[in-house]
Design a protein around this ligand. Structure first.
Ligand code: FES
Length: 170
């Protein structure tokens, strides 16, 4: 972790959000967008910049499951666990993904290629079960199709943009 870059991102984010209510969440999102996780080194810097205790910062990071404290895998896979997708085979899809990767939610595959996260609606409810792979949202994903997609992800390179099959809608 480059400390100067970290300080620069934190200072820029603090400056942008100064005076707004509850800037910590926004700044944490900025950090995660920049690095894919919130590095430990950010906590004392944030505490000083926002006049909060380190415990308060840790408390917010651990409360929101969206924030990672370790680097994620090369690819982010989100499986929708909301009701409409579950009614269309989402539970079987979840089980297939976890079993195929050998990991649970919020974990990263042993090869470092895939991080698995739950999500609660991707706006693609009519064509569930839905998943997001990096920036692509896919619909009507069967366990077999998902296994093939995961195998492709774990082999480099893969063109994710070619995976988009359904326009997101509610
Ligand atoms: S419920 Fe899964 S995309 Fe909306």
């Amino acid at each position: 972790m480059n400390r100067a870059a970290l300080e620069s991102v934190i200072q820029g984010s603090v400056d942008r959000h100064r005076g707004k209510p509850g800037p910590l969440l926004v700044i944490l999102h900025d950090l995660q967008a920049q690095w894919g996780y919130v590095p430990d080194e950010a906590v004392p810097l944030l505490a000083e910049a926002l006049t909060l205790t380190r415990a308060e910062i840790h408390g917010v990071i651990s409360f929101y499951h969206d924030f990672r404290t370790t680097p994620g895998g090369r690819h982010q896979v989100q499986v929708c666990r909301a009701e409409a997708c579950q009614a269309q085979g989402g539970r079987q899809l979840e089980a297939a993904v976890r079993e195929h990767l050998g990991i649970d939610w919020h974990d990263t595959s042993a090869d470092g290629m895939v991080t698995l996260e739950p999500v609660y609606c991707l706006g693609n409810c009519a064509t569930g079960p839905a998943v997001r792979i990096d920036d692509a949202i896919l619909g009507r994903v069967t366990p077999d199709r998902m296994r093939t997609l995961l195998d492709d992800l774990q082999r480099e390179p893969v063109n994710i943009s070619g995976l988009m099959t359904e326009a997101p809608h509610g």
